[in-house]
Design a protein. Structure first.
Length: 117
């Protein structure tokens, strides 16, 4: 196999990877369960919070998790940019709103439970 043939093969595989990632994200954004999962992963990966921590090992672990979440978030944002219909951007915002509403209910429930103690 020549170097040129190998380079074309790698480029084709990379293009397929990008298409598959895009299709998977579109699929997940189209369904409330997928939007939930994406939002939950972004939270668990500390994308919208700090990783500062007194424990250096814990902070390094959290920063590694954050890097994964940032990659996912960047993919979502890029999908929103290339989607000329605006559907993906709307679905991404819907995911954030749905998850935000859940977290408000969760925190209120948690505060009520703490008040009973």
């Amino acid at each position: 196999m020549t170097a040129e043939t190998q380079a074309k093969r790698i480029a084709n595989l990379r293009a397929e990877e990008v298409r598959r990632d895009e299709a998977a994200l579109r699929y997940m954004l189209a369904d409330e369960r997928g939007r939930w999962f994406i939002s939950r992963m972004l939270e668990r990966c500390h994308v919208f919070s700090t990783t500062a921590n007194d424990n250096m090992n814990r902070m390094l672990l959290m920063e590694g998790e954050r890097r994964v979440g940032v990659e996912l978030y960047d993919n979502l944002r890029m999908l929103s940019v290339i989607d000329e219909t605006g559907v993906c951007e709307e679905q991404r915002r819907t995911a954030e709103a749905e998850y935000g509403r859940f977290m408000v209910r969760y925190k209120i429930g948690k505060e009520q439970d703490n008040a009973k103690i």
